[in-house]
Structure formats: structure tokens, C-alpha cells
Design a protein around this ligand. Sequence first.
Ligand code: CUA
Length: 308
Amino acid sequence: MDPAGPVARGQLGLIESSFWIMVEIFIVVSAVLVVALIRFRARSDQKDLPPQVHGDNRLEFLWTIVPALLLALLAVGTVKESFADTGSPVVKHALLVNVTGHQFWWAFQYPSLDNLVTANELHVPVGEKIELGLTSADVLHSFWVPRLGGKTDLVPGKTNYIWFEADKPGIYYGQCAEFCGTGHADMRLIVDAQTPAKFNQWVKTMENPVSTPTSALAKEGEKLFGTVGCSTCHTVGGTSFAGAVGPNLTDLTGRLMIAGNTFPNTPQNLYKWVHDAPAMKPGALMPNFDYLPPHDVKALVAFLESLR
Ligand code: CUA
């Protein structure tokens, strides 16, 4: 109800016009009902049944044609809005971002920006059309950032295109809107709409990732990342770790949240997450590492905290 871009505004306009059409129908039907109740009520001097009336061609015609016209009116608006919101095949001058739904997180890939990849936090420049190519790696998901636009399904083996634009810089919250398993409610995302200058800065950071663990602990963590199994799933830009199953962790310290945008990105939460992810987020496909000694987990967190 609080649109922050042209697509969301158009969709809200459609909802509002449908709402007012329905309010008018409600008022007319209620008024006719009240008049009928009063005018044709049983009177005290009335013994017999009132005259029995069957059929009225004018009325039948009227209550067929009026709803048909109203539906046609709504259909025109709906079809117009649907075509205006689809990004298919490609919206002109739009920044394309490929979105892949995973149980239970989001992958964002920018083909025109060096193919950079990030997870759960979609960075976009304000005032620019963003085209999303939506698909899924496993089951059905649905992309939904209410202030920027309506829901669109992510279907395995198919790409759906939509677009949106954010008017003002800010954080816009989103949520998977199609039941996709245990972690569905925790499959969240944010859209971080930035001024073009800040966005370009973010792109530069992502294109030149720095992984420079300085402390001995962080260096130990980097080694463990490769030996205990983290690197089979996760990519870390600036290192040789290139797993492609779980979220890309490049510039992890730049993120506000972890675990599909469920918990604030703090060292304490990272520790709990690395130690036993499924305990923090039921259904999480990241394995339980609670057999690792606390020192190793601390080292891994120190390494993750060094990713810029
Ligand atoms: Cu993904 Cu619900």
C-alpha cells in the first residue's frame, strides 16, 4: 500500500480502481436490498401470499450486461498493467539481474557487470530500470518486494522476466511468497537501492574483492575453509574457493544480514551459523558443523570477517 516505484504504483492503482468499482456495486446492491425489504415487507393486515412474480427480461438483461461491462473494464486495466510490468523479452536500457531461487536463499547475478554474483541483498541504482530474469535451482519460489512490485514465480527450467525501478535510495524488504519447504518463511531478501555513485562503488568493491586475512586466526580459518568442506559449496572472490552450491560469500562483511536475510550479520551470529546452521534456521541445507572444535569455528569466523 506504500509503493516506492512505478511498477508498484501502477499495480496499486489497479487494486484501487477494482476496490472502488466493488464499493459502488456494494452500495447499489445494499440500497436495492434495503428498499425491497421495506417496500415489500409483510403488513399486519395481509393474510394471503403476495402476488407471485416470475421473471423480468429487463432485469435479467440488466444484471447480465452490467457485471459483464464492469469485468471488461477491469480486464482492460489488468491486461494493460500486466503487459506494462513484464520484462519480456528485455526492457530497453535496463540493468539485467539474473535471480535464482534456492532452498532457502537468493542468488543475484549481474551479466553486464563482469558477471558479479551476490546473495540475498540485491543492490540496484535508483531511478534506473532493473530487469529481473527469475528462475529456480530446485522448487517453486516467488519473488516479492511489496513496495517495488507484485509477486512473480521462479520456476525451475524456465525464466520469467519482470522489471522494477526504485524512486529513492533505501532498503526495501522482500520475502519468498511461494511455499518451498521448511525454510520458506526464512527465505527473505532486501533490495538496497543506492545512488548511482554508491552503486558504482559497490560494483567496484565486488569486482575487486579482497580477501586478506591478517591475523593468524583468520589465516588458519582460510585453510580450514578449504579443508572442512566450506569451499565445496561457497565461492569467495579473491581466493581459489569456487563452490557453486551455497551463497557466494564475496564481500560478506558488506552484508547487513546472513542466512537468507534472517539474522543480523554479527560475529556472534556467524559463529552460531557456522557451528550449527540448521539449529538457527530450520530446514537450512547448510550442514551441521557442531563436531568442529570451538577454536576452528572461531578461526572460520575470523576468516569470514576478513572478506571485503
Ligand atoms: Cu522459497 Cu518460499
